[in-house]
Design a protein around this ligand. Structure first.
Ligand SMILES: Nc1nc2c(ncn2[C@@H]2O[C@H](COP(=O)(O)OP(=O)(O)OP(=O)(O)O)[C@@H](O)[C@H]2O)c(=O)[nH]1
Ligand SMILES: Nc1nc2c(ncn2[C@@H]2O[C@H](COP(=O)(O)OP(=O)(O)OP(=O)(O)O)[C@@H](O)[C@H]2O)c(=O)[nH]1
Length: 450
């Protein structure tokens, strides 16, 4: 991983390359393999086990992309080995961060410590390649077949020392990473998808760059690219972000006209793929009509929306400025009074923590599931506090409520009559659900059923 700048460390954003992590007990040949893969001498190999080193990592060119190759030898060789809680914890941290795991075994001996590791790593099966090392010759190849019975899908035979089986191993790693043309990309499923939308010149590209830092390699930005969208991934507070920007759409449509690209129609696709929309607003200009339309689309789709007031640094400071600006937005745009408003300076990297924390909060609300029991106990109470109204002499009854989906968050409310059901009462219930079950910042839907 490249050095992070001070600025980025303070905002807590880590852009990152995919990690290929080598694990295994001492003396199986991890560092020899590491050196073989990197193709030049870097780590020192030890003929005797148990020499303390830290995890060694190097950027590695693979299939036209860049990945990070990590040797955990130093960790697992420590006294007590993987059985030692601290050692295990450190090793597991590397394992957790890995996109591909290479578990190295020695073909000549399988010892209890190997078995321990195999069990420990079984939950990571999906990303694990079993590397049976020291397969120096045909005779040892015979022995290697036994390792298929360990129950892992992918087994590679190598002789790190003599360079056998290295090509096959590299191909296997590549397959796992699915490195796209033109650059390394993080293969693991993103936890939170964010779309950056906003008028031209509000600072979308600047924000994307701030978030991704120097690792622009993650952004497929080649001229004439046929891809519509730029995307980048990074980790923040241990969670994966995938950020999609509409720059590609912009570039093409600049030829057409700038307003057109910021149409609802074009933004739809991006919104569709996102959990959360960062709606960028130039703090000097405020919210536009088009912004409101885009936000409404995201709302109808049940996505989270953050109203991001950018270029905060360019304002002449006035007391209570943020409060006043928020109040103005709330007043002119009351339909989304739950959408968080965050102020940032994309250029200076200010407010980015707050922005990402807010995004995580929305993501968690979107993924939340409420159990039917507690929900209906609460519903009884809400009904007692404010009974459902009558209309034209007919009483409306509310019977039962259940959450049918998260992301978008949707509830069913069973009533005696749907027709003419008072929307004010529905709003009342919606507000209670929001407040008491923690859906304060996202759109939720309550459908009526008879
Ligand atoms: N025969 C044979 N020996 C190998 C092979 N790969 C590594 N070795 C030898 O195995 C010993 C251990 O290799 P290392 O690469 O230091 O092993 P390690 O797993 O990194 O060990 P720790 O640093 O203790 O964790 C060295 O003597 C290597 O030369 C191989 O493919 N065949
Ligand atoms: N003062 C200030 N200027 C900013 C900030 N963020 C972006 N800018 C400036 O605003 C202008 C537009 O920024 P971009 O990032 O290109 O905006 P964009 O939304 O990607 O623009 P389009 O590609 O036209 O859609 C540039 O001159 C930036 O330097 C900020 O936080 N503060």
């Amino acid at each position: 991983m490249s050095e992070r700048t001070e600025g980025r460390r303070t905002v807590g954003v880590q852009s990152r390359l995919p990690r290929v992590v080598i694990v295994g007990r001492p003396n199986v040949g991890k560092s020899t393999l590491f050196n073989r893969l990197i193709g030049r001498r870097k780590a020192i190999t030890h003929p005797r086990p148990g020499v303390t080193r830290d995890a060694v990592e190097e950027t590695w060119e693979l299939g036209g992309g860049r990945v990070l190759l990590v040797d955990t030898g130093g960790i697992t060789s420590e006294r007590g080995g993987i059985f030692e809680p601290l050692v295990r914890e450190r090793a597991l941290r590397e394992v957790d961060r890995a996109d591909v795991l290479l578990l190295v075994l020695d073909v000549t001996e399988l010892v209890p410590e190997d078995e321990e590791l195999l069990e420990l790593l079984r939950p990571y099966k999906e990303r694990l390649i079993l590397v049976v090392n020291k397969v120096d010759n045909e005779a040892r190849e015979e022995m290697a077949w036994n390792f298929f019975s360990l129950g892992f899908d992918t087994v590679c035979f190598t002789s790190a020392e003599h360079g056998r089986g290295i090509d096959e191993l590299e191909q296997e790693i590549e397959r796992r990473l699915v490195v796209p043309e033109g650059g390394g990309d993080a293969p693991s499923a993103p936890e939170i998808d964010v779309a950056i939308l906003g008028k031209p010149n509000t600072g979308k590209s600047t924000l994307l760059n701030t978030l991704l830092g120097e690792e622009r390699a993650l952004v497929s930005d080649a001229p004439g690219t046929t891809r519509d969208l730029l995307e980048g991934r990074f980790q923040y507070r241990g969670r994966w972000f995938r950020i999609v920007d509409t720059a590609g759409i912009r570039r093409r449509s600049r030829i057409e006209d700038d307003l057109e690209f910021y149409s609802v129609r074009r933004s739809l696709k991006v919104i569709e793929e996102a959990h959360v929309v960062f709606l960028l607003i130039d703090a000097q200009e405020g919210l536009t009509e088009q912004d409101k339309k885009i936000a409404a689309v995201a709302q109808r789709r049940g996505r989270g929306v953050i109203l991001v007031l950018n270029k905060w640094d360019a304002l002449t400071p006035v007391p209570n400025q943020f409060q006043a600006m928020k109040a103005r937005i709330r007043f002119f745009f009351p339909h989304m009074d739950y959408a968080p408003i965050v102020k940032i300076s994309a250029r200076r990297g200010e407010g980015i923590d707050k922005l990402l924390d807010t995004a995580l909060m929305l993501r968690d609300e979107l993924g939340k599931r409420v159990e039917t029991g507690p929900l209906n106990r609460a519903l009884e109470r809400w009904k007692e506090e404010v009974p459902p109204p009558s209309r034209k002499g007919r009483r409306y009854k509310v019977r039962y409520m259940t959450q049918v989906s998260s992301m978008p968050v949707r509830f069913l409310l069973f009533v005696n009559r749907r027709e003419g059901f008072p929307s004010s009462y529905l709003s009342y219930l919606e507000n209670r659900v929001r407040k008491e079950f923690g859906f304060s910042h996202i759109p939720i839907f309550i459908d009526l059923r008879e």
